[in-house]
Design a protein around this ligand. Structure first.
Ligand SMILES: Cc1cc2nc3c(=O)[nH]c(=O)nc-3n(C[C@H](O)[C@H](O)[C@H](O)COP(=O)(O)O)c2cc1C
Length: 322
């Protein structure tokens, strides 16, 4: 299965392992890239230059790699984008905000510029900034996201991409080969898969977090500001985070004002839970595709399954029109 996006990046398969801060480091990216997909590093900005260089070096050993940055953080992270570009990524993703102030810096280095968008307005803004790749990110996605589901969003964004001559990728809720085939059949040029790769050997999430994703059903997530409040992360209000429900969200989701009033006490409990990898209280960012996760295999095994099943499904789809 080959698409223009694959040819542009030199990929054997139309699958991108999504950038996931705290979860997607060099080992995961290298495993996915070596297996023919595009591996990506998730960068928050607080990890430091040494970490970034080390992880990029690990990733590069697998082949071309990408880096995902959070746009709203860039203004307060002077020099971060340049540091990222110096590590030699094939693609940089600038998500959660307007990429316009940074687009020229990326494109001047001949690096492919992608942006995850959660609405038609955000897609138009990213196109106006001159992105090469639009990633339609549905609300099913793990981590921070918007409110429109992948299926309607992708149907809205695909024609915009077509008109502008820009590749469109799909993110959010894709956790099986059937899902990959579905978005490719719609016209997306690759699937951008996070949650499924968060539960792999190479992901840097904790054992407790991975076990929770395996145990979770697709109904076990919540789109919430609770973990950002507790961690004092200044995510813009329009991007809540999709995480697995737990004691902390059951208690505080919808009661954020009360939480703010008792923040110090809750933070103490949260930090203690993090230390013990107690995911009844600490966070596990993961999407509705958690219901599709059965175990914690090597990332290459996940990629192989996604691609093999997608190929079979697409052949079957071809038969429908004969
Ligand atoms: C644990 C986790 C952390 C994430 N961190 C980031 C991030 O730092 N930057 C980013 O652009 N997207 C981030 N995302 C979103 C992913 O890039 C992607 O949109 C999402 O995982 C796709 O949906 P899926 O989880 O259903 O596959 C994160 C997702 C998860 C699950």
């Amino acid at each position: 299965v080959n698409t223009p996006f694959c040819r542009r990046l030199g990929l054997a398969h139309p699958v991108v392992q999504a950038p996931m801060a705290g979860v997607a480091g060099g080992a995961l990216a290298a495993a996915v890239s070596a297996a023919g997909g595009l591996g990506m590093l998730g960068v928050r900005g607080s990890e430091g230059t040494t970490w970034l260089r080390e992880q990029a070096e690990l990733a590069a050993a697998g082949g071309p790699f990408g880096v995902g940055l959070q746009l709203w953080k860039l203004a307060s992270s002077e020099g971060l984008l340049e540091e990222v570009l110096d590590t030699g990524p094939a693609l940089v993703s600038l998500s959660f905000g307007d990429p316009a102030p940074y687009a020229a810096i990326v494109r001047d280095r001949a690096v492919v510029l992608a942006s995850q968008v959660q609405s038609v307005e955000a897609a138009r803004q990213a196109l106006a900034a001159g992105v090469d790749v639009l990633v339609a990110q549905g609300t099913e996605a793990g981590g921070h996201t918007g409110s429109v589901a992948t299926l309607p969003l992708l149907q809205e964004v695909l024609p915009l991409g077509e008109e502008a001559g820009v590749s469109v990728l799909a993110a959010g809720g894709i956790g099986s080969g059937r899902g990959v085939a579905g978005v490719l059949a719609m016209g997306a040029e690759a699937a951008w898969v996070g949650t499924r790769f968060a539960a792999t050997q190479e992901a840097t999430g904790t054992a407790g977090a991975k076990a929770r994703i395996v145990d979770a059903a697709s109904t076990d997530t919540v789109l919430t500001h609770v973990f950002d409040l507790v961690q004092e992360a200044d995510w813009p209000d329009r991007f809540p985070g999709r995480a697995l429900r737990n004691e902390l969200t059951d208690r505080w989701h919808g009661r954020e004002d009360e939480l703010a009033a008792r923040l110090t006490e809750v933070q103490r409990r949260f930090r203690d839970a993090l230390d013990r990898d107690d995911r009844d209280v600490a966070h596990v960012y993961a999407g509705q595709a958690s219901g599709l996760v059965q175990g914690v295999p090597a990332a290459a095994e996940v990629l192989r399954e996604l691609v093999d099943v997608a190929r079979d499904r697409l052949r079957a789809v071809g038969e429908l029109t004969r």
